[in-house]
Design a protein around this ligand. Structure first.
Ligand SMILES: Cc1cc2nc3c(=O)[nH]c(=O)nc-3n(C[C@H](O)[C@H](O)[C@H](O)COP(=O)(O)OP(=O)(O)OC[C@H]3O[C@@H](n4cnc5c(N)ncnc54)[C@H](O)[C@@H]3O)c2cc1C
Length: 419
């Protein structure tokens, strides 16, 4: 028997075992997945919990429910990978051998990495919404908050779902307007980037939307520490940003065991080839989803599109054949913009988010980089698709590789790419 070991039973790991169990012969391949938690969290839902749109129970289900028959689920925390002996050790001392290893342990917010963040004001006037517990605590806080200076803040990139802090800001604007207290709330967006988003066309659109909503942007801000008593963010350039309520996205990092195993970069992301997701060091280790260092967005959509390509390539790789499909960094995210509307962005390694229609050129129904109610419904529908289609490894009729059909290409890009 050959052994496939998958580390992490979140979005990517669950999709991988579902896809591969039906493809790998049961009398030849044993599949095991290791996961530290009993609960699977639908993380895009964390955005809606603080505003009461989703109840906490609507974003959780048991991990086991999504692991197919014929896959062993081991509950435990991974301590180390030893690539020399093809062994993984868990914190409780259990040793698991493998022939092929897939690392899908994601990325985790690390408030411990910014001095002062977890001081006396953590979960009082300093909150996050990137964890289940954080989103629930922030929801409680917002119910009774009387207004003041609300600062939405990103420590550093990359973060998972890089549009989520913008969405939070748009939704906060809409939430306080609905409550009739918008004039008592000063909204400030503090980012390490020089604009609202990582890519120029989207940054211009999304930055304009912040301006329309009367949100002050504090760009190029690299936080050095937080003074919880004075309630200020202090930057490396000595700028100070005061807050009454801080909603921060802490530094995101890959799992510590990745560093202990000598497989990671400086943020513990597994070093892989960006087209095949194969480790640059070992030819029987892959990393999928947020755990890898590919220069794509850290998003569930990226995990999904890359699993499509990975599955095809993996089946060839184990037969000694070349991996003949390349992942192009395809990402596809709905962006909530408040008042029951949203945008959609679709991009990859080479092409930034552009305006247009998706998935059918000229028809949509989704608007690229344009607000619509249909986009908002798309975002809400996504939760059902996640639980019932994506996680279970069922196909959806969208190509894994990004398509230019329906996109409006700016003139300068025609020249640059020769298209
Ligand atoms: C607020 C928010 C909004 C988002 N919105 C969107 C969106 O709109 N669209 C979108 O596409 N994506 C969105 N995302 C991102 C999306 O949720 C992630 O990109 C996706 O879940 C990544 O999947 P993954 O399998 O790589 O990691 P995860 O799903 O996080 O899974 C990693 C798993 O590994 C386990 N693990 C980690 N370390 C260990 C260890 N040492 N031992 C054992 N187990 C371990 C964890 O418990 C976890 O279950 C959002 C994320 C957040 C936080």
């Amino acid at each position: 028997m050959k052994r496939l070991l998958v580390l992490g039973g979140g979005t990517a790991g669950t999709m991988v075992v579902n896809r591969l169990r039906s493809r790998l012969a049961r009398d030849q391949w044993q599949i095991t997945v290791v996961e530290q938690r009993e609960t699977h969290y639908y993380q895009p839902g964390y955005l809606f919990i603080p505003f009461g749109t989703y109840a906490p129970r609507e974003v959780t289900k048991p991990v086991r429910r999504f692991i197919p028959h014929g896959v062993d689920l081991v509950r435990g925390e991974i301590e180390r990978v030893e690539p020399g002996t093809n062994t993984v050790t868990l914190v409780d001392g259990t040793e698991l051998g493998y022939d092929q290893l897939v690392i899908a342990t994601g990325t985790t917010p690390r408030p411990d990495q910014t001095p002062g963040m977890q001081g006396g004001e953590w979960r009082k006037s300093i909150h996050d919404f990137y964890t289940f517990e954080g989103a629930v605590a922030l929801g409680e806080k917002l119910k009774t908050w009387r207004g003041g200076r609300l600062v939405v803040h990103i420590v550093d990139m990359p973060i998972k779902c890089p549009v989520a802090p913008l969405e939070f800001t748009f939704l906060a604007d809409s939430y306080f307007r609905d409550k009739g207290v918008r004039d008592q709330v000063e909204l400030v967006y503090v980012t390490p980037l020089s604009g609202a988003f990582t890519k120029p066309v989207a940054s211009k659109h999304l930055g304009g939307m912040l301006e329309e909503r009367n949100v002050t942007v504090e760009p190029d801000f690299i936080v050095e520490r937080i003074d919880p008593d004075a309630k200020v963010l202090v930057g490396y350039d000595e700028r100070e940003v005061p807050f009454d309520l801080l909603v921060t996205v802490p530094l995101n990092m890959g799992a510590d065991f990745v560093a202990r195993s000598g497989l990671g970069d400086e943020l513990n992301y597994v070093k892989v080839d960006k087209h095949t997701l194969l480790s640059t060091q070992y030819d029987n280790i892959f990393a999928i989803g947020d755990a890898s260092n590919i220069p794509a967005s850290k998003a569930g959509s990226v995990a999904h599109f890359s699993v499509d390509i990975f599955t095809h390539n993996f089946m060839r790789h184990i037969k000694g054949l070349s991996m003949d499909e390349e992942f192009d960094g395809h990402a596809n995210c709905f962006v909530e913009s408040g008042d029951g509307k949203g945008l959609l962005i679709d991009f990859n390694y080479e092409t930034e988010p552009l305006t247009g229609k998706y998935p059918l050129p000229g028809v949509g129904p989704f608007n690229l980089l344009g607000e619509s109610k249909v986009n908002h419904w798309g975002k809400l529908m996504f939760r059902w698709i996640y639980w019932h289609v994506l996680l279970r490894g069922r196909p959806i009729p969208l190509p894994a590789r990004m398509s230019m059909a329906g996109k409006n290409v700016p003139d300068d890009q025609f020249v640059a790419s020769g298209r």
